[in-house]
Design a protein around this ligand. Structure first.
Ligand SMILES: [Zn+2]
Length: 403
């Protein structure tokens, strides 16, 4: 079924009179998007609840495709909603349909090897065009090394990472696998472990962020899944968080210290709070009955501080907290992070890490000898900025890139 679909899709990509790649603009909601493209609102109201929730996962800046026929009529739209799923809106006779389909992406291992001219951050940014890569590198060493004091011009750094490609272009954040910096001839390393966290060569965790459970004594009613095929409904599903079932009014605590970047009402997530933490982490708390007094955007909260109360606002079937965790904009499984209680690996976990470390050491050695050039992230500058009041574009689109 999926195969057939992509068989149909790719010829269209080739023969459609135009395929535009655009960037999702800041402040645009899915409903505003439908209106702007002249697509029926039934593409929201007539789809099922689970798919409606997915429409809220579209992130600012994500590249999406609009395919039009020779008469400039919209035929298909592809909008990524996570690392693995995208919304496919397509003309179906005179009508439109929507389905969530897997993202077909390939992954490439790339590397950066350079001698430091200015600073690790600046030099990596210059070489790759990726702020995320520069940030990931610096975050890996910031607790153990003092670049400002110890770095000398000409010191070497290297990093190996995975870059995903979707429809031929780099897609999503690159994932740093292993990083090395030489200071006065001594090598310092950082490795990505199977728990999705970073450790130094001795198995010590290098990031400061530790997560606590956001509700006490709550039962997990739904776990995290990036992509799951529902065999009965014959649909793809994703649940980009953990649901904690708890009585209405149960206090919700900040899972980590950080700044509130959103506190307000949304359609699918109801009363929603988002907190930005260090090292690119963001936590999300949805369906709240109400917020605690004084909790608002811009406020700094400490780990464990009460921010609101469990409810069932938005698209929800009963009182629960939907708790999401994002790292550099990518949804990750909070359970994996919550379970980390020690910052140093021991026993079995250490053994498995050391094996992985040995593999990554080989990968790095190979990269040092034969670096695979980093592909620069393209900037799509035909993002259409819309006026949230009128849902109308503020500026005409220019320099339309076609695939
Ligand atoms: Zn949920």
């Amino acid at each position: 079924m999926v195969r057939l679909l992509f068989g149909l899709l790719f010829p269209l990509l080739v023969f459609a009179s135009s395929v535009e790649t655009l960037k999702w603009s800041k402040g645009e909601t899915y409903l505003m998007f439908l209106q702007r493209l002249g697509l029926p609102q039934s593409l929201y109201y007539d789809i099922d609840k689970e798919d409606q929730k997915l429409t809220e996962e579209v992130r600012t800046g994500v590249p999406y495709q609009v395919m039009r026929d020779a008469n400039d009529t919209v035929e298909q739209v592809l909008i990524p909603v996570s690392e693995e799923l995208q919304l496919h809106l397509y003309r179906n006779g005179t009508d439109f349909s929507l389905e969530a389909i897997p993202i077909i992406a390939s992954s490439k291992r790339e590397s950066v090897v350079l001698s430091i001219e200015h600073s690790p951050y600046y030099d990596i940014l210059k070489a790759t065009g990726s702020k995320q890569l520069a940030q990931a590198f610096v975050a890996g060493f910031k607790n153990s090394l003092n670049f400002r004091r110890d770095l000398r011009k000409g010191d070497r750094l290297a990093m190996v990472y995975e870059q995903k490609y979707r429809l031929g272009s780099p897609f999503s954040m690159p994932t740093l696998q292993v990083a090395m910096i030489e200071l006065r001839g001594k090598r310092h390393m950082v490795y990505l472990n199977s728990d999705e966290r970073y450790y130094d060569e001795k198995g010590r965790q290098v990031e400061g962020f530790l997560l606590a459970r956001p509700v006490r004594n709550a039962r997990i009613s739904s776990g995290f899944t990036r992509r799951r095929y529902h065999p009965i409904l014959k649909r793809y599903r994703a649940h980009l968080g953990i649901d904690y079932a708890a009585p209405r009014g149960t206090p919700i605590m900040a899972a980590g210290s950080g700044r509130i970047i959103f506190a307000g009402r949304t359609r699918g997530y109801g009363n929603l709070i988002k907190i930005r933490h260090s090292d690119g982490y963001v936590t999300l708390y949805a369906h709240q009955k109400s917020f605690r007094r004084g909790i608002r955007k811009g406020k700094y909260v400490k780990q464990g501080q009460i921010i609101g109360y469990v409810g069932t606002t938005g698209l929800s079937t009963g009182p629960h907290l939907h708790f999401g965790l994002y790292k550099n904009g990518r949804a990750i499984n909070p359970a994996r992070v919550v379970q980390v209680t020690t910052k140093k690996l021991t026993g079995k976990a250490r053994k498995s890490f050391l094996k992985r470390k040995a593999d990554l050491d080989d990968v790095l050695t190979e990269a040092l000898e034969h670096p695979v050039a980093a592909s620069r992230l393209e900037t799509i500058d035909n993002a259409c900025f819309i006026d949230p009041q009128s849902c109308r574009p503020l500026a005409p689109k220019e320099n339309n890139e076609t695939l």
